[in-house]
Design a protein around this ligand. Sequence first.
Ligand code: 5GP
Ligand code: MN
Length: 317
Amino acid sequence: MTKLLLDYVKDAKTIGISGHIHPDGDCIGSVLSCYMYLKNALPLATIHAYAESVSNSFTMLSRVEELDTSYSFPEEPYDVFISLDCGSIDRLGRCQDEFLRAKRTVSFDHHITNTNFADENIVNAAASSTSEVLFDHMERELIDLPIAEALYLGIMHDTGVFKYSCTSEKTMCTVGYLMSKGIDTASLVDKSFYMKSFIQLKTLGCALSKAELGLGGKMIYTILTQEDIAKIGARMTDTEGIVSELRTTEGVEAAVFIREEAPGIYKFSLRSNGLVDVSTISSSFGGGGHKMAAGFTAEGSLDEIFTQVSAMIMLQI
Ligand code: 5GP
Ligand code: MN
């Protein structure tokens, strides 16, 4: 029988929850659904959820304002700390030490590169998203509308609105069940996925106008420098989705989006259309992810790092 989410936090009086740095939809969706689920089920427990930031694409979710973005930690270590959507412990960012200090640790994830860093690791690389993994460990009758919306949003983001190859029959059964809780799916998908702020639109436009083809048209790449981002007045979270736009270019096997985080520090986001395994490329730079979507952060000469990435893509096409 499947061990349920509540079994993993048995007897815990204090519970900490966190996802990864630069939180995406699956991260926020899984953190919030886990938080609301445990809050409802364990009214006497102290439950605290952390997030580095919350993009405008997720602010329609219930209780999103309760996520602690200023990282206040209790004096006593947590009885249980739950990591969500993190393939490795460093992905927890400012929660890493608090996680290590906790009496028991649990990790729910779906990254093939997961390093099993917790006491209990629930990793399903066949699942579309951590939200889908979490759903499998929730009792159906304890899933109310706000929890269903958060899970739905998480699955929707990691599947690119149910179109990436990680979308399985089971994924669709899961979202079908979540819909039955009364989600206004048309409004949720529009507000969270397609609606952009004007700044996000300009950021996408800038990145697309600088895009170049390489490897005989099989690789597309672009970069946003700190100067570009400052000129537009964008925030880091405003660059989400750019790499997906690159990936849909005809003839392309791999898309590379580079964001300059600080002088000499570059965040690479990689996407594949099937032939290239971008997770192994990212892992070799200390990052991780999935076969079709992965990333890493590297320091040094951009030319050198990019040349290496490009050579690794070339070997696979
Ligand atoms: P994105 O390119 O959207 O930031 O990330 C794509 C996928 O790769 C996500 O599943 C994300 O968790 C993973 N990923 C991105 N950057 C890193 C990284 O620096 N380290 C690890 N382990 N995974 C990453
Ligand atoms: Mn995920």
